[in-house]
Design a binder for this molecule. Structure first.
Ligand SMILES: C[S@@+](CC[C@H](N)C(=O)[O-])C[C@H]1O[C@@H](n2cnc3c(N)ncnc32)[C@H](O)[C@@H]1O
Length: 314
């Protein structure tokens, strides 16, 4: 593997890089979509290994896209950059041929986690922003979500996206707190969590709540669900889609989509005759999710929760 793949300027050490290339199997002069280009680590390997391939490099985060433009500059016109959510990125792109493959490496990059500005991960005294699309994006910030959503919606966010056992109590405390003073910073949220638990929250309890809010602010599951269906339609026969998830909800969504696409019949149970498509749309390439090796986890601890799944169009 080249030096470029070992270091992407501190931006993101590409997770499961070898496995991604094996499943994607880039060849010929195909056009590949990297829907989450981040620092460009995976795309750089793809472009190096397949000398005539092209990449459409998408990221919703303007900082990430700038970093990718720098790290992939040497590939010149073989890369096209689009700043957008991946499920919206190809609406205006003039695709002259079906996609030869798609890669989604979900979640946030190491750079986003380490950058103070948007408060993706818990850190003392940062504003609760969390918008991947950048601080100038018109979408609500994490603070606005906390200060405006109903108690029920907040409880659902904490429960579904954070698997927080005290989701209802926490939501009630947020609503009580904001009636006095709106929440603004990470410390405000941690103070509410402290009150809910009656003790100092552990690091993993804080991480769960911050992750839940991030998923809600960025509508991450909606984007994934829409993107998967759209890409399947845009892919050429034999093209592969490879997804790396870091959260069980994402992984379940990917697993179920790939399984449903690979069924020959999707009629509701009890139908006397098959009236659906009657043939699988493709094949699951990963019976079980592929996990990083111990060596990779030691080298890059943030790969620990990664799960890779791949599907080939029929
Ligand atoms: C784990 S990093 C990807 C790292 C990249 N594979 C690399 O090798 O450098 C995830 C990136 O996906 C972006 N992202 C997450 N969800 C997205 C979405 N729905 N649409 C576009 N970009 C997204 C994030 O902004 C982040 O830069």
């Amino acid at each position: 593997m080249s030096e470029r793949t070992e270091s992407t300027g501190g931006f993101h050490d590409p997770v499961l890089a070898r496995e991604v290339m094996e499943f994607l199997s880039p060849s010929g002069d195909g056009v590949y979509l990297d829907g989450t280009v981040g620092g460009g680590g995976h795309s750089a390997i793809l472009l190096e290994e397949c000398a005539s391939c092209e990449v459409i490099a998408v990221d919703r985060d303007p900082d990430a896209l700038e970093a990718a433009k720098g790290s992939l500059a040497s590939f010149g016109a073989r890369v096209r950059f689009i700043q957008a959510r991946f499920d919206e990125a190809l609406h205006s792109a003039d695709l002259s041929e079906p996609l030869a493959g798609v890669l989604l490496d979900l979640g946030v990059s190491s750079h986003q986690l380490d950058s103070d500005r948007r408060g993706f991960a818990f850190r003392v005294g940062v504003d609760l922003d969390m918008r991947m699309d950048g601080t100038g994006a018109g979408e609500p910030t994490a603070a606005e979500v906390l200060n405006s959503e109903s108690e029920e919606v907040l409880a659902r966010i904490f429960h579904e996206y954070g698997e927080e056992p005290r989701s209802r109590r926490l939501a009630r405390r947020v609503v009580e707190r904001r009636a006095a003073t709106p929440l603004r910073t990470s410390d405000d949220l941690v103070a509410v969590l402290y009150k809910t638990l009656g003790r100092a929250p552990k690091a993993k309890e804080k991480a769960r709540i911050f992750q839940a809010l991030r998923i809600a602010v960025n509508q991450e599951l909606t984007s994934l669900e829409r993107g998967l269906t759209e890409f399947r339609e845009m892919m050429a026969p034999d093209a592969r889609i490879v997804v790396i998830s870091y959260h069980s909800l994402e992984d379940r969504l990917v697993k179920n989509a790939f399984r449903d696409w690979s069924r020959s019949c999707v009629c509701p149970p009890g139908m006397p005759l098959c009236t659906c498509r009657g043939a699988p749309l493709g094949k699951v390439l990963t019976k079980k999710a592929v996990r990083p090796s111990d060596v990779e986890v030691r080298r890059n601890p943030r790969s620990r929760s990664a799960r890779l799944r791949a599907w080939r169009k029929g």
